[in-house]
Write a protein that binds this ligand. Structure first.
Ligand SMILES: [Zn+2]
Ligand SMILES: [Zn+2]
Length: 194
């Protein structure tokens, strides 16, 4: 059951308070890649404004994925204020507008029209869209994570590695760097840019 399908009749004069912990599978459309987040908390108020409906509230969750450097769990808390206006259009279709993004028409505005399923406001697609848009680009377990020894693979956060090289990622063996440079010539430092 999709908890984010809100019956319009449930929205009274005072509005309808929403406070839900939603499993991401409930809002994920079929055949879309997953996101590194299990549960999203949806809190806010749905208000009836003339024939339209306004949701104002907050999305919260924790993105979790292996650390980019050491592969331990890295958690990135997320907390976003949202405002969506569900406007009724022809044929009972509702267009959804993200209120925060009104200044920038090219980004973040929900231009698709979504049907009001038998008098039901569907917050799910809006929640899913925000969850996808806000996936962090980087996951690190802590800002100063030392990563793995490039030679023996030991986690350098836990102890100096057993291979005794004392090397960190910044001091990888010259031969390994040379191998990498051959594989990715575009990434080699360009002295002329200095
Ligand atoms: Zn780490
Ligand atoms: Zn090592």
């Amino acid at each position: 059951m999709n908890q984010l399908l809100i019956p319009a009749t449930a929205v009274g004069d005072e509005g309808l308070l929403i406070d839900l912990a939603v499993t991401i599978a409930e809002v994920q459309p079929q055949d879309t890649p997953g996101v590194p987040l299990e549960t999203v908390h949806v809190q806010g108020l749905v208000l009836a404004v003339d024939n339209d409906y306004l949701f104002q509230g907050r999305l919260k969750g924790v993105y979790e994925r292996p650390c980019d450097r050491c592969l331990d769990a890295a958690r990135v808390p997320w907390n976003l204020e949202v405002g969506w206006l569900f406007e009724e259009g022809p044929g009972g279709l509702f267009s959804v507008k993200a209120l925060d993004d009104e200044k920038d028409e090219t980004e973040g505005t929900f231009t698709e029209r979504r049907p009001l399923h038998g008098g039901t406001i569907d917050l799910g697609p809006c929640v899913w869209e925000e969850v996808v848009l806000n996936v962090p680009l980087k996951f690190v377990c802590k800002p100063d994570c030392r990563g793995l020894c490039p030679r023996c693979g030991a986690n350098l956060n836990e102890m100096p590695c057993a291979c005794g090289s004392g090397e960190t990622l910044n001091e990888a063996p010259a031969s390994a760097l040379a191998d990498l440079a051959r594989l990715f010539p575009d990434l080699a430092p360009k002295k002329s840019e200095e």
